[in-house]
Write a protein that binds this ligand. Structure first.
Ligand code: SF4
Length: 255
């Protein structure tokens, strides 16, 4: 089964219709995914035994990669529209995450002040004040809630012990709605978070947290667990309708 791992700290630029010319930043090892979740749909593949032994890039390596790439692109006259922390797992697990955010914000301001800075996070570290304050420094903290039913989230996200949706929701309150919620909808024999019960529980959380934007999407690549199905565009739209009708800014991404 095809999986997808990034092999550079700073990769791109990649051109996308949605975000323009974009750079990615990967704070995780090149060889394996490191994450506190092991989502059944993860495009990086499943967690592998011993993955945590692969070294993370050091603060100095990240600094050099960011400074080198940003200055080289600027010297070549190339513009960048967006910069996103994504990559082979969960960026907030890097022990120097907060310091790295400060470096990237400073380098973005220096070379590409118009570029939008985003972090894709599973929101499992929001009980750490350093992570929350670092995430508040970026334009788009994009925080995951796939499912508000604890049992279903446990099947879908396969989190490390100690994670609960309730805890993630509690952590998201600190953003006072100034964040983007990312939600993956899937169907299939393993899990289906498009059922009326699952959607009602999710709507309740959205209404409570009032994120300024909601990204609703579905699987694009092969999944590490068999039996995970893509949700069609009409069903994504139907799932979004009640929130759209209430004025929420829901963006649907169909691949
Ligand atoms: S949180 Fe993201 S990186 Fe981690 S397992 Fe889920 S999809 Fe993969």
């Amino acid at each position: 089964m095809a999986t997808f791992l990034w092999d550079d700290i700073v990769f791109g630029p990649i051109h996308s219709r949605r975000v323009g010319r974009s750079l990615g930043i990967n704070l995780l090892p090149r060889e394996a995914k490191v994450c506190s979740f092991d989502c059944v749909y993860c495009e990086c593949g499943g967690l592998k035994r011993g993955a945590a032994k692969h070294p993370l890039p050091t603060l100095q390596q990240v600094r050099e990669a960011v400074e080198g790439k940003f200055s080289a692109l600027a010297a070549a006259g190339q513009g960048i529209d967006s910069i996103s922390f994504t990559g082979n797992g969960e960026p907030t697990l890097h022990p120097d995450f907060a310091a790295i955010i400060d470096i990237v914000v400073a380098e973005r301001n220096r070379w590409f002040p118009e570029a939008v800075l985003s972090v894709f996070s599973n929101a499992a570290q929001l009980d750490r004040p350093d992570v929350v304050s670092a995430l508040k420094k970026v334009d788009n903290p994009i925080l995951k809630i796939d499912c508000a039913l604890e049992d279903m989230a446990a099947v879908m996200n396969r989190p490390r012990r100690g994670y609960t949706v309730a805890k993630a929701v509690e952590g998201m309150r600190a953003f006072e709605g100034d964040f983007v919620m990312q939600t993956m909808l899937v169907r299939g024999a393993v899990v289906d978070n498009t059922t009326p019960e699952a959607l009602e529980a999710w709507y309740k959380v959205v209404r409570e947290l009032r994120p300024r934007e909601i990204m609703l999407y579905t699987v694009d690549r092969d999944t590490p667990v068999a039996g995970i199905e893509k949700v069609d565009a009409a069903s994504l739209q139907k799932a979004a309708e009640p929130l759209l009708a209430e004025g929420f800014n829901v963006k649907i991404f169909v691949n």
